[in-house]
Design a protein around this ligand. Sequence first.
Ligand SMILES: Cc1ncc(COP(=O)(O)O)c(C=O)c1O
Length: 389
Amino acid sequence: MTDLQSGGGPVGALPFIYGHVDPALFPAEGLREAAALALARHHHSALNYGSSLGCSSLRALLRAKLERDEGLKLGEDELMLTAGASAGLDTAVRVFTRPGDTVLVEAPTYHEALGIIRDYPVKLAAVSLDDDGLVVDALSERLELLVGAGERPALLYTIPCFQNPSGATMSEGRRRALLQLAYRHRLRIVEDDVYRDLYFAGPPPPSLQALDSEGMVIRLGSFSKILAPGLRLGWAVGSAGSIGRLAECGLTTSGGGANPFVAYVVAAFCEQGWLEPHIDRLRQTYRERRDVLLAALAACMPSGTGRKPAWTKPGGGFFVWLTLPPALKARAVLKEAEGRDVTFLPGEPFYAEGGGEQQIRLPFSYIDRPDLERGVEIIADIVARMLPG
Ligand SMILES: Cc1ncc(COP(=O)(O)O)c(C=O)c1O
């Protein structure tokens, strides 16, 4: 089940419920040509089982991209392909936890990641987040409590860039402090970095994995946000030891590395030099949509003490996170909104241990300008009408 279906109820004509790439932005023509090239040049390998780390030409292209973008020099065995970041997280939880372990997550966090983790016999513990990302002092306190209670905190799942759902980005200082804490507790970190490339003003701080000197971080990337989610292709970066453990599990031993055919198609797309211009276009489009959404919120939402909702101003990614005034609940606003053909996800599913009753996720990736404006006008009108006085 993906974000696309998970909302349950009616989707509406203004579906703020989708935290997705707009299908109008899929590079379908380029992928069609790339598929023809991949079949013409590599059909023997592309249509066969592949090595456990995945298609070597795409891995080389990804290592070159990480070196170009971030100055990161990776060894051949420090990057593997996955069937998307979701599959990377699933494998990491399977390989790096034991039954009864605790997995720490941000509050709020990507709700579908909670579903992946809940597939395993582990406990979840949530740690608060602010505009600078995960609150490391709160994590430290939670770790002390867990260890004091005889629990084994095995893994932290974090989304440090343009977080889903809050839009927050973890500062470099927080990243460094988090790593020191993780080293002290021997806490593995799964860094979900799927929005890193989609920045609007400048690149985000270095990734946790790039700053990691002790091999505790596995970073997940994905073509879902920068090409198309139907490709089901992503990558994981980490120490050779960690990547080896992910790659040598029963799944790859039986089925080989992730999606060889798709990997050859994406490699051909990248070799044509089409990826970077495509990402540039996405950055521009999403930046414009973010600006439209923020301007509409500023123009339409009620003002005055106790009446004005608060919202985040993300520097990239897909999401604005809206907090309603104290008197209002997101589900009550949603009920009215559905009657006017607007749907969105209220905050609760994004919290592993409760919370989010007053929050609304507003993605700006899927809906274009006039509908973004109309949707915000409707939500703002409902909020204003429902507020007392
Ligand atoms: C933070 C985050 N991680 C992972 C995913 C899913 O990635 P993939 O399609 O690569 O499995 C999403 C999609 O919404 C996401 O927001």
